[in-house]
Design a protein around this ligand. Sequence first.
Ligand code: IPM
Ligand code: MG
Length: 359
Amino acid sequence: MRIAVLPGDGIGVEVVAEGRKVLERVAEGFGRRFEFTEALVGWAAVDGTGTALPDETARICRESDAIYFGAVGDPARDATLPPRERPEPVALLGLRKGLYANLRPAILNPALVDVCPLRPEIVKDGVDVLIVRELTGGLYYGKPKGPTEHDGVRGAVDTMVYTVPEIERIARVAFEAARKRKKRLCSVDKANILACSQLWREVVTGVAKDYPDVALTHLYVDNAAMQLIRNPGSFDVIVTENTFGDILSDEASMLAGSMGLLPSACLGDGDVTPFYEPIHGSAPDIAGKGIANPIAAILTAAMMLRHSFNLGREADAIESAVDQVLKAGHRTADIVSPGGSRISTSEMGSRITERIAVA
Ligand code: IPM
Ligand code: MG
């Protein structure tokens, strides 16, 4: 099991170190062999090699079975490179190429009900939403893209494009996921205005015929954003296009209590190496202080074990260790209750590591 480890920038470095600690414990406890190869990415790579995704890193990723990624980006340095050469488009979008299905589960841990900004009566039935975000289409990649100038007036253009096969394959991923859960799928679009969304709705409705056991509903994205806050318990699986999924998954992270808790998996079906990352970014404002929450990165490691290596028991052991640590009241700064005490990034990682129950 070859794992490319790409810590990247900001808190990526700190949280990936904790995830690795947990993985090493799993390897030892369950008798598994993970072969880790660290590689440069993001500004860390720009400094050493001049590019955010060096050839060497791309090669290591290609030759690995999974990529375990931290975060990239540093707004303070953005002005030093043209937008197209910055880490977000070069490294992140580069490594995600071909990985069209972005799974972003948002679960409210019962121990964190007091940290969730929603009132307890709104989340009393629990929150367990899986956002299936289309990751390789839409506004992020559509052409034309970039600055424009007509008759001396400057502007800019991004293009939303979707094809039927692109919608069909992500819809299938979402229906399959719903089948393994509560069998409810909500497709989110803006079909009252956008042509892409009208096609989206038509195609998703067509795919639904192959999944008669899954209840499909449709919501406009503005309404979905509102319903997520009003009645989060009504959602099981959400499927949506790239930009809507980006926005709704940040919103959903607050249902869980903090951005620092949400893992994600980027999956394709070709021979592109699957990519696993916490949904949070590099958070330069808190980087290097030892206060970042490593739980998103640690749960991301669990997703990697489950999806890339079929190690369900090991993934369960990690998730259960996280549950126990939260239940015991250990908190990083982002999830601390008023008056509670906080522990550092590495203390949190160590406590979770200690609680991995071995087979
Ligand atoms: C995310 C991030 C990225 C995205 C940015 C950093 C390009 O917000 O993973 O959600 O928009 O996909
Ligand atoms: Mg985002």
